[in-house]
Design a protein around this ligand. Structure first.
Ligand code: ADP
Ligand code: ADP
Length: 223
């Protein structure tokens, strides 16, 4: 069973008369439960690929399948539901809401949940426990270290219990201690069966991956 698959993905950005071919025919398959890294030089299409895998953007041509479902065939509301329920996103900059506590940042992501308010709060605390932040429920982002903020962002990505986690440079803005905390959390989620896809420049992270996808000039490099 595949978590993610693409067939002949092309993405061309157009700004005025300038066209950028960010992806030029990418076909890949990521089995369920895989720890996968996407690597390659800056500006070669990694973030674009990640955005297409997560249905944050549509390809110029080609197909993306999430759990065998071709997402190009979904309406925009079906797409929004898929993004919210099946896929969790984590970015380099944590994008937490500064006026909300850690717990509130997590519950804010439960817009598709049928849980009531108390159950949402309970679920948020469980997720913060899972990422090792049991003593930080009430803390706003500015009282947390970078590694702690990123772990809140991971808890938020898990709010609707997605099977797939897409992460764009999740440790790119962290020191090595914080990176180790975040990677330990990611390893634990992988052991629980999540499919993990990480864009990274970090060779140590890529060395731990079960599958490494190398992108160069908008194409995959075989090796
Ligand atoms: P990477 O993640 O490997 O650094 P990106 O996927 O961000 O690469 O970018 C690939 C190419 O597409 C680059 O030339 C970048 O400038 C261009 N690009 C990315 N996003 C956009 C956009 N929204 N509009 C125009 N060009 C873009
Ligand atoms: P990084 O390489 O650190 O992931 P990116 O180059 O991907 O950073 O830039 C982050 C985001 O900015 C991209 O996902 C894309 O949407 C946007 N972006 C990148 N390049 C361009 C560009 N040339 N024009 C407009 N938006 C861009």
């Amino acid at each position: 069973k595949l978590a993610l698959r693409t067939e002949g993905l092309h993405k061309t950005y157009q700004r005025g008369r300038i066209k950028t071919q960010a992806l030029r025919g990418v076909s890949l398959a990521i089995p369920r439960g895989t720890f996968c890294c996407i690597v390659g030089p800056s500006g070669h299409g990694k973030s674009t690929l990640m955005h297409l895998l997560g249905a944050l953007d549509r390809p110029t041509s080609g197909q993306v399948f999430v759990e065998d479902q071709e997402i190009g065939k979904l309406s925009s509301s079906e797409l929004a539901a898929l993004r919210a329920r099946r896929i969790g996103f984590v970015f380099q900059f944590f994008n937490l809401l500064p006026t909300l506590s850690a717990q509130e940042n997590v519950t804010a992501a439960m817009m598709f949940s049928d849980k009531n308010k108390n159950n949402r709060a309970q679920r948020a605390r469980e997720l913060l426990d899972l990422v090792g932040l049991s003593d930080k429920y009430k803390a706003p982002p500015n009282e947390l270290s970078g590694g702690q903020q990123q772990r809140v962002a991971i808890a938020r990505a898990l709010a609707n219990d997605p099977d797939i986690l897409l992460m764009d440079e999740p440790t790119g803005n962290l020191d090595s201690e914080a990176e180790a905390e975040v990677m330990a959390t990611i390893d634990q989620l992988h052991q629980q069966g999540k499919t993990i896809v990480i864009v990274t420049h970090n060779n140590e992270i890529a060395a731990r991956a079960q599958q490494v996808i190398r992108v160069k000039d908008g194409r995959l490099v075989e090796f």
